[in-house]
Write a protein that binds this ligand. Sequence first.
Ligand code: ARG
Length: 588
Amino acid sequence: MSAETAPLAYVRGDIAEILAQRVRDAAHRSLNVELADALIRPSSAGRGGDYQSNAAMSLGKKLGQAPRVVAEAIVSALRADDVTSEVTIGGPGFINFVLRDDWLAAQVSGQLADTQLGVPQSAHPKRVVLDLSGPNVSKEMHVGHLRSTIIGDALVRLLRAVGHEVIPQNHVGDWGTPFGMLLEHLHDVDSASGAKHSISDLNTFYQQARTKFDADEDFAERARRRVVALQGGEPDTLALWKELFEESERHFMAVYELLGVGLTPQDTKGESSYNDVLPEIAAELEDRKLAVISGGALCAFPKGFTNKEGEPMPLIIRKSDGGYTYDTTDMATAKYRAQVLKADDMIYVVDAGQNLHFEMIFTMAREAGWVPDSTRTVHVTFGVVLGEDGKRLRTRAGDSVKLVDLLEEAVERAGEVVADRSELSPQERAEVARAVGIGAVKYADLSSDRDKDYIFSWKRMLAMDGNTAVYLQYANARIHSVLRKAGSAVSTGGGSVMVDAPAERALALSLARFPAAVLSAVENLQPHRLCTYLYELATAFSHFYETCPIANETNEKVRASRLELSSATSAVLEKGLDLLGIATPHRL
Ligand code: ARG
């Protein structure tokens, strides 16, 4: 390293990007090639560097030269002394980079003074319409809606953190066949008493209606007609509907509140809100020959979708009884989001089981010209929540688990975990129990690859050790306690970070990788990438804490630096958990 070069000033963003730019420049200078991708990635610990580039492998092939020769050419033309202290070539031609200690230190100091903690704002901010939660009116929210709500909320936060505009849309199921069934049942059972039904009553009610619908063909027929009456705006039916809708919404909001999810009634745009446009949607598709009558129903056949027999698969736009369907509403919804909300991206956070439905809707909405090619449509899928027996999570009675019950149990169990912390007031303890309990449920959901099913285990999600919310919350609380004892407020960056001991360096490197973790979670729409990062950070901190004394450190400068590293860790943990929608109490 050339000692004369001053380290590069603090930069926001992914460190790998800085190295990539330098490698591209060097390849241009030495080999006269434009590298599309410098293939930089973090090296696994102990592998001769902090980052490595694999660009020489593919480039060697392309140029008909040995990768090692290509690597040597790149390294000899490389100008990176302000960032790296050592660049070596390993194996067949990997380029290994060791970052300068003083640059890492400057990065962490800069990050701490930066309200974004290094997370860059997108150069091309988009308007993202994000479909999440989508519970069904007339049914109590169940654990199946948990994932859409939690993952969706985390994605809203993550997308906003990098500068995108996000319009959340809660597509509640407040229309369609099941609703007709419920209203018809309400009509049957004499509701003349005028008593208001609580949502729990409605849940039982729904089950009764379902049983009747399945067993009694006459009832089923009336229920279907009730849907048509509802769609036609028949006043008595509508009044009843409105009451049910409002009560359900109060219930949903209470759950969001308990969950710490930002959804409000303004974000609700349920199936019913598209009611008025459904006839036009059907008429337009029919007039333009994009939908045809088949078996009495108006069907649209998006290109490229066939069943096992090779027959084209339909979206049902209008049933033979005149009623509209989930398909019709989603066609209207796609049009609205693209044309009225002017979405650049349309993201749907809905269980993987509905993938075919959305792929057909996206294709048909494009065929109709409603969603332009420039608009991205993404179905963000997720797996099923399993019980410890490996089967879909159910209560002992075999019912689907109610969300409120589950969340209340989480807070209660967390209360037991934190119960013996006597220095907390009862009110603080209640807040901590809530933060830990709700955090445990959310983090357990967010920390595994969302496409996988996951097992709901109280023991695992409330474990003090391992990749859990409480482990991260505890690491953060410990930092606050260290800072309190040191009489130091959480520093906002005095620029006193020094990187010397291996554990200090490892912690600084981990801190500097926060922006990359956020960016990769956003790019892949995978919150678990941020979880994995936060767990690695907390682990690096715990190693630092064990090996680098703070309170007993006599060298003032070293002590100040360690306090600042601790502050930065706390800042990143709090920001990272906030992006996941998880609270971070200062005392645990
Ligand atoms: N209410 C639906 C369900 O419970 C989810 C809604 C998803 N969003 C949509 N645009 N279809 O399955």
